[in-house]
Design a protein around this ligand. Structure first.
Ligand code: HEC
Length: 145
């Protein structure tokens, strides 16, 4: 009987891991952000031609990404342990953490609402957006050496 209970509880544990891995989910969300910001950065650096339509598509994808934010789901209590660079500060200051994400979303929305017409305009917007990424990482992420 004890063995059966143990087997069932192990199954339940495996199931919950398979269905919800907030660390993996949030890292996937961040990776996608990194990819999108990287695409815009290439244009700013002149490694890729400025194409207004393509840039707007990328900005919109970044907005969709930021709109998926759900700190309760992605950063539940206890998920500071494991293969993560999330800093304990996230759980000490949820309001500040969410405010940092709100600022990013607002700045991305502003860029989508007023799409850059040239590289200089994109550069200014990407400086603001990249600053939002950096500000949050500085405060809410542990640097792993
Ligand atoms: C509100 C805070 C916040 C904002 C804003 C933010 N990030 Fe992050 N980011 C994090 C946290 C926290 C982690 C660590 C996640 C983990 O390891 O569990 C992270 C991790 C990452 C990672 C590493 C993912 C991995 O595979 O481990 C990348 C890449 C990244 N962020 C890119 C970006 C970019 C690009 C932006 C801006 C467009 C951005 N982030 C904005 C909080 C933020």
């Amino acid at each position: 009987m004890r063995k059966l209970v143990l087997a069932i509880s192990m199954l339940a544990f495996a199931g919950s891991v398979a269905f919800a891995d907030p660390i993996k989910d949030r890292q996937a969300l961040m990776k996608e952000r990194g990819k999108l910001a990287g695409q815009l950065s290439k244009v700013v650096k002149g490694e890729e031609d400025f194409d207004a339509a393509a840039v707007l598509t990328t900005l919109k994808a970044l907005q969709a990404n930021a709109e998926k934010w759900d700190a309760e789901k992605l950063f539940p209590a206890g998920s500071d342990k494991g293969d993560t660079t999330a800093a304990p500060k996230i759980w000490e200051d949820k309001a500040g953490f969410n405010a940092a994400e709100d600022k990013l979303l607002a700045d991305v929305k502003a860029a989508v609402a007023s799409p850059p017409a040239d590289v200089d305009a994109l550069k200014a917007q990407l400086n603001t957006i990249g600053g939002d990424c950096g500000t949050c990482h500085q405060t809410y992420r542990i640097k792993k050496s």
